[in-house]
Ligand binder design. Structure first.
Ligand code: C2E
Ligand code: CA
Ligand code: CA
Length: 742
């Protein structure tokens, strides 16, 4: 074939002999090769396919029609146009020998790679080619080898340029899967004694998830066993092999039937994981598959070993060795991230800078080992003092930083206080008792700094403020804030103590029936006098008690004290006196309220009808839970009154289904009604409407005779206000009851 066959000019005289000569040359040239042959008459499109040609494609001799369409049907659609374009262009250019590569379907359904060498053998009188002959050769194996080595080179490149382990695992799996149709590969990493998913792009996700976290052992599938024994494990049939007994239910539903596994080991022979090969039919590896299993595991081991080394380096760089807390580098990265997210979602967060007080003294007097021990312990204590979501890091020496997200108001104060408390616990260092202390600087994003460096600077400045103020305390970036928050914190502490020790007192304000002038009831109001703070108004301390979760014990104390007082007045002969007690809206919805009232009634002996609970309008908003509380209290025979009526959003309509006994009309209307006609109109309609609906009406905040006169003309029944009496202590009420309010 070295000289090739040149297309011959066909004339009527020499056609037959030329044809004969060409063919003879061609077949001579082909003798001894293992290629298939074909012969295509371009005028009729008849094609002769030799038995070997058919054999390459898995066809029998009598299969396949002898025309060009039969061939076309076997070419992969993706290759079709390219193949015929090439033939056309070679014919047009008069190239008389050329090669075409294509993929064709084997009878078994799999595509194979073939190459065809084409010879132009006969032209007609018009110099047009009328006959082509050619060979067909199966080059699948060569292509596979070429493709494999190309992929292999790609994988090595991925390793070299540092692509992620999971990406490379996928590439490795796909590379071996490409070589063996039907094969599916998996790589598992061994962490401790657990197998974690590495990569398996062709296995079902569900299966990979089920295996993730599996413990290795002497009989845990193929991979669990090979990772345990460090030896290759060949399982021909998952269904019957005892090693798969416990986990075959994970594999069989996905069709997997055989699984071979090779341990993945690092350069010193330590098992890092396992490489698994699966087929959907029972099988043992042939020689090629067996070699591939070895080489695949070796390739995976390069990736795994490198990945683990990198992870170790990263951990070292990101963790402070002494305390095990995140390092400065890690903290910087974290802070950047938190700033970015907080900016995007418009959130606040706090940054706490913690610095030990007089740490140098410990180091100097007790030595560095003692200093290290102390720092370690501080790390533990800080972590314990913070919430799970707070990020605690050691910056350097005795400096720590905390980022606190999800903070409401000045919750950072609470964290800072907890850190101060935790750190100031005594510790024994080599037999010497030391009581450490620290100072904390607090800055908030975004108000104290909107970027990394300004925020850190703000926290640092706050820290110095805390040190300047005398150490062992926290400070805010804005000094006035420090004062404000400190005072607030102080007040909270004092209030908690006062409530716990029952240091509050009660005063009572009478309610008078305007037509009879008699005292029909009193409202109990809390008073707090503190030795340092002086008198604190309930307008301030009631919300504080709610905030610090002390409203329940406070109310419990008010209820018991007020009801005992009511019973005592009754014993003194003052009957039909109602005792009004304020209940905070938040407490009203608490499921413990009804049992508390039951207890109050039974322990104090007050008649339920003499107790009146005042709740503001916000408690009667549509919350479904209200209805059942109202019902339960009603069943006990307790009176319910809506306080500050008219100042909020409720309407008569919203009261309809709540079974309320009375309304206390807000002081605002009384204040305005003399000067403002509209206010007068409003209050008169409220009273009229309320009466018609059967509510007991009390008007609050009556201060002048003129106001009283107006209210009388509106046929208001009860009034409460300074005009009759300010809230006074129980003895004064007794005196009033004895001689009337005049
Ligand atoms: P409130 O329930 O509306 O109580 C009426 C408030 O108006 C009382 O203020 C009372 O002293 C004041 N007042 C009564 N008549 C007049 C008047 O003629 N003129 C003026 N200017 N004021 C008058 P106080 O005692 O300062 O209580 C303020 C608020 O604190 C109360 O408003 C109530 O919401 C709350 N509070 C007081 N004690 C308690 C308590 O034990 N528990 C709960 N949950 N809240 C309480
Ligand atoms: Ca009230
Ligand atoms: Ca009120």
């Amino acid at each position: 074939m070295s000289r090739g066959l040149s297309a011959t000019q066909v004339t009527s005289e020499n056609y037959a002999s030329d044809l004969f000569r060409c063919e003879e040359q061609f077949f001579l040239a082909m003798r001894g090769t293992n290629d298939g042959l074909w012969d295509w008459n371009l005028e009729t499109d008849d094609v002769y396919y030799s038995p070997r040609w058919k054999g390459i494609l898995g066809l029998d001799e009598e299969e396949l029609e002898h025309n060009v369409n039969a061939w076309k049907r076997l070419i992969l659609p993706d290759d079709m146009d390219r193949v015929f374009e090439r033939i056309q262009s070679c014919l047009a250019r008069g190239v008389d020998t050329f090669d075409v590569e294509m993929r064709m379907y084997h009878k078994n359904g799999n595509p194979i790679f073939v190459i065809s060498r084409v010879f132009l053998v006969v032209r007609n009188a018009d110099n047009q080619v009328v006959r082509l002959v050619g060979t067909l050769c199966d080059i699948t194996e060569c292509r596979k080898v070429a493709e494999f080595s190309e992929k292999n080179a790609q994988v090595l490149e991925m390793i070299a340029i540092g692509r992620s382990a999971s990406e490379i695992y996928e590439a490795i799996a796909l590379m071996y899967e490409g070589r063996h149709p039907g094969l599916r590969c998996s790589m598992l990493e061994l962490h401790g004694n657990k197998l974690l998913h590495g990569g398996a792009p062709s296995l079902p996700k569900e299966y990979c998830e089920a295996l993730h976290g599996l413990e290795n052992g002497p009989s845990v599938g193929s991979c669990g066993t090979s990772a345990y024994t460090g030896k290759r494990v060949i399982v021909e049939d998952i269904d019957t092999d005892p090693k798969w007994e416990k986990i075959k239910h994970l594999a069989l539903p996905h069709g997997m039937r055989s699984c071979w596994s090779e341990p993945i080991k690092n350069s010193s022979g330590k098992v890092l994981g396992a490489f698994g090969m699966y087929y959907n039919h029972p099988a043992v590896p042939n020689e090629e598959e067996s070699k591939d299993l070895t080489s695949a595991a070796r390739l995976a081991s390069i990736v795994m070993e490198r990945d683990q080394a990198q992870k170790r380096i990263r951990t070292l760089a990101y963790t402070d060795e002494l305390t095990d807390l995140p390092s400065r580098a890690h903290f910087h990265q974290h802070l950047e991230k938190v700033i970015k997210l907080s900016r995007r979602y418009n959130r606040r967060f706090g940054l706490l800078y913690v610095d030990l007080d007089n740490f140098k003294a410990v180091n100097d007097s007790l030595g560095h080992d003692a200093g290290d021990l102390l720092l370690k312990e501080i790390g533990v204590r800080l972590k314990r003092a913070c919430r799970e979501i707070d990020f605690v890091a050691r910056l350097s020496g005795d400096e720590f930083c905390i980022t606190a997200e999800e903070i409401e108001g000045y919750f950072t104060t609470k964290i800072a206080q907890r850190c101060l408390d935790a750190i100031s616990q005594p510790i024994e260092l080599f037999g010497r008792k030391v009581t450490p202390a620290c100072s904390v600087g607090i800055a908030h994003f975004p108000e104290d700094g909107e970027d990394f460096s300004s925020l850190l600077k703000a926290a640092d400045i706050s820290l110095y403020a805390a040190k300047d103020n005398g150490k062992n305390q926290y400070a805010f970036f804005k000094p006035e804030l420090t004062l404000k928050v400190e005072r607030r914190f102080q007040v909270e502490q004092y209030l908690r103590e006062a409530i716990e020790k029952q240091q509050l007192t009660l005063v009572y304000q009478p309610q008078i029936n305007v037509s009879t002038g008699e005292i029909v009831g009193v409202e109990a109001l809390s008073r707090w006098h503190h030795s340092i703070l002086g008198n604190v108004s309930p307008v301030d301390f009631i919300p504080t008690a709610e905030r610090i979760g002390m409203i329940k014990p406070l109310t419990e104390w008010v209820l018991f004290t007020a009801c005992r007082q009511a019973v005592s007045w009754k014993k003194q002969g003052f009957h039909n006196l109602r005792m009004g007690v304020n209940i905070s809206p938040s407490h009203f919805l608490d499921e413990a309220l009804v049992p508390l009232i039951v207890r109050t009634v039974s322990e104090t002996g007050i008649a339920p009808g003499e107790l009146e609970l005042e709740v503001t309008e916000s408690a009667i908003q549509t919350d479904q839970r209200n209805i059942s509380v109202f019902k339960a209290l009603k069943n006990l025979g307790i009176n319910l009154t809506i306080d500050d009526f008219g100042s909020g959003y409720s309407s008569f309509a919203s009261l309809k289904h709540l079974n309320v006994d009375g309304l206390k009309i807000d002081k605002y209307f009384v204040d305005e009604m003399i000067a403002d006609k509209k206010a007068l109109l409003l209050i008169s309609s409220m009273i009229e409407m309320g009466h018609k609906l059967g509510y007991d009406i009390t008007v609050e905040g009556v201060e002048t005779a003129e106001q009283l006169k107006t209210l009388r003309s509106l046929s208001c029944i009860n009034v409460q206000g300074y005009f009759f009496s300010k809230p006074v202590n129980a003895n004064e009420i007794s005196a009033l009851l004895r001689c009337g309010t005049g």
